[in-house]
Write a protein that binds this ligand. Sequence first.
Ligand SMILES: NC(=O)C1=CN([C@@H]2O[C@H](COP(=O)(O)OP(=O)(O)OC[C@H]3O[C@@H](n4cnc5c(N)ncnc54)[C@H](O)[C@@H]3O)[C@@H](O)[C@H]2O)C=CC1
Ligand SMILES: N[C@@H](CC=O)C(=O)O
Ligand code: NA
Length: 428
Amino acid sequence: MKTLKVALLGCGNVGAQVARILLEDASVLADRAGAKLELTGIAVRNVATQRDGQIPAELFTTDSAALVDDADIVIELLGGLEPAGELIGRALSRGASVITGNKALLAARGAELSALAFANDAQLRYEAAVAGAIPILRPISDSLSGDRITKVMGIVNGTTNFILDAMDTTGAQFDDVLAEAQALGYAEADPTADVEGHDAAAKAAILASLAFHTDFALENVYCEGISKITAGDVAAAKDAGMVIKLLAIAERGENGIGVRVHPTLLPRTHPLAAVHGAFNAVFVEAENAGELMFYGRGAGGSPTASAVLGDTVAVARRVVSGGPLPAIATQQSVQVMDFAQAATSYAIGLRVSDEPGVLASIASIFATNGVSIEALRQTVNRDSAPAVAELRIVTHRSTESALSATVAAVAELAAVQEVISVLRVEGN
Ligand SMILES: NC(=O)C1=CN([C@@H]2O[C@H](COP(=O)(O)OP(=O)(O)OC[C@H]3O[C@@H](n4cnc5c(N)ncnc54)[C@H](O)[C@@H]3O)[C@@H](O)[C@H]2O)C=CC1
Ligand SMILES: N[C@@H](CC=O)C(=O)O
Ligand code: NA
């Protein structure tokens, strides 16, 4: 049986689990791959750091370049743009195949690295980069390649789902839950990437690129994170029978392809509302297949390692069987939908003076901007003097531009004391 040399770059949350599985399950993996997968070394920053005692100490090295130069397969789990990008380029340039979970790098340079792989008869696989353990990239790229995908919508960041879910179910504080998500190995090295939606935006760009056969630039993804979501927003959502989730949405419409990431209100009966903890779920709509849903663990060392090992076995099989790589399909150029044209529905919370004519003047601004109100709930607080009322308004779908103009004009009304929250709504 052939032996393939596997270099592992990084021994953090995911890398350590990949090393464990490569060592523990060596014989099973060899059977499935048709070749022995020999872990030749693990690139780390400091070989003296205390780590899992099951991994032989002699595997650790700080010479990542030498490791890459001797490998048939390189598994990159360092994270960040550099030196990950340079090392992946180095491996592909010499014909070694690469598996990575680095969505930040792929969203920035995925098309370029895929072309480099193809030019050097090497493979580049990255199932772990989107929605952790969930097989989603292969279904989109392979299983649905005979169909036309119209929309991809999902929860693709485990850390933020873990935080929002804990705030919803236990009333926990944002910062405490973030620390727990970090301790459990869900968060990025810099958790700002999770909390501000950048990680989900990178995943959304990758999903859109594969789903719509194009190279969708990260800079064209509209991105809003969850850092401004308060316990009050979560409680108000609960009162209204809704839940707040960070959604990534990529859709093809008449005005082109729009990709956005933002906190979203969902009815509690919506399937995505039932996605708890660090789990992820992705809905795909295709012209002929209809609706599909993929669900599973979106973060964490072992689940993510599962996706990495799946790619490693697939890569090894092809190295063993040989033959030309399938040609890269021509990338279609796309019109990027202006975010102002995206159709959404808003839930708006307002604190207003409880006086005659307030509702009428608010309703008139909605009408002037062509935004239709679907539901309105008013709670009056008579204990305060003068009395104030809290309004919760849900709109029908309209363009972002009309909705934001409406909120801006309403905020200017003298009777409007505060715009408490503005959240987009899906599934209503
Ligand atoms: N943790 C998760 O749930 C998931 C992570 N990923 C991705 O997988 C990759 C790794 O993630 P984690 O293991 O969570 O990160 P981590 O921060 O736990 O591990 C990265 C390791 O690489 C090491 N490292 C960084 N630069 C290095 C260098 N120049 N030389 C040697 N070692 C270096 C760090 O010291 C650290 O030990 C990232 O790209 C991440 O976005 C993807 C899906 C899920
Ligand atoms: N930090 C990411 C890890 C997986 O991609 C997340 O929380 O989803
Ligand atoms: Na995945």
